[in-house]
Design a protein around this ligand. Sequence first.
Ligand code: RBZ
Ligand code: NIO
Length: 355
Amino acid sequence: MSFPTSSLPAFVIPPLDQSLAAALQAKIDNKTKPIGALGKLEHVALQLGLIQQSLTPVLQRPAMLVFAGDHGVVEEGVSPYPQEVTRQMVMNFLAGGAGINVFTQQYGMRIRIVDAGVCHEFSAHPELIRAKVSMGTNNFLKMAAMSSSMCAQALINGHKLAQAEADAGTNIMGFGEMGIGNTTSASALVAVLCNLPVEQCVGRGTGLDDAGVAHKADVISQAIARHQVDSSDPLAVLETFGGFEIAMMVGAMLGAAERRVALLIDGFIATAALLVASRIAPAILEYCIFAHCSDEAGHQLVLEQLQAQPLLNLGLRLGEGTGAALAYPLVQAAVNFLNQMASFESANISRQDAS
Ligand SMILES: Cc1cc2ncn([C@H]3O[C@H](COP(=O)(O)O)[C@@H](O)[C@H]3O)c2cc1C
Ligand SMILES: O=C(O)c1cccnc1
């Protein structure tokens, strides 16, 4: 079933209401520490207070949505791994054996795996959301990765399922992905939307050697030259370069921010999805906590484009939402210091000498 593009939600994300900003900053500054001494945690505490419009924000029902999809462009030899690894990893997620399962379990996060477009029909499973648009994208070197109506359907599916999670009580959501070949899609999206040289946007992905990276860049450059897509039209760029898991993540990010959920942004692919979302509704960036800087060449560039300051730099290059999950305890720490730390008054601590 496909949806006409006209049925897309309006994606209205208001900028954060700043009316509590001064009171939140005063509360942060009154904690028993030198001004600013908790660094980026202070920014996260302020941001969560503004998102929730509360001086005492709380984290509820933390959730990780992992979107999976296959990529036709894999037939061009852009990944060292075969396409079937996408399906096999979905089975691994459902069996609880992947990196993201270990970390979400460690931090008490709920996990849901979303079939956005894997080339396999999965049986029902309590942790699997079956939202497949198609059995993988087209090879974008030859034609657009997906049709407009498929892209719209992916956005709508993602939007709906993130809002269902929010309506069930989730107010912090991580976004992960699985899709062999998706660093190629993400590199193309970043190169086109940011008008950057392809060579700066490609990396090793799952482990290409130098010749492999050069080939990947060549495939992307040829595709960009062929499609001549309007870089100021984010939906056209998304349709052209895919993939379904990226498009569904775009819809989910937009849907979650509309519900005032804090978004935990993972690595290169998730950030490429956010880049698309930010071109649709720029205020989404105010709802984002950037978890980490991945080792994938290109991630740092796109983070700079978004003026993002990630919390961690651990040399990760896995995806799945693992970086977002690993940053979650830091977000908990930000909320906890805001709610639990003593103030100068309550602890009878002398303030800085006025001079
Ligand atoms: C076993 C395995 C588990 C993974 N989990 C995430 N990815 C990551 O690698 C893929 C992107 O890299 P490329 O574009 O080079 O194919 C994505 O699926 C991403 O989530 C994995 C990759 C593999 C092989
Ligand atoms: O940064 C990422 O998300 C990433 C990097 C390499 C491979 N897969 C994912």
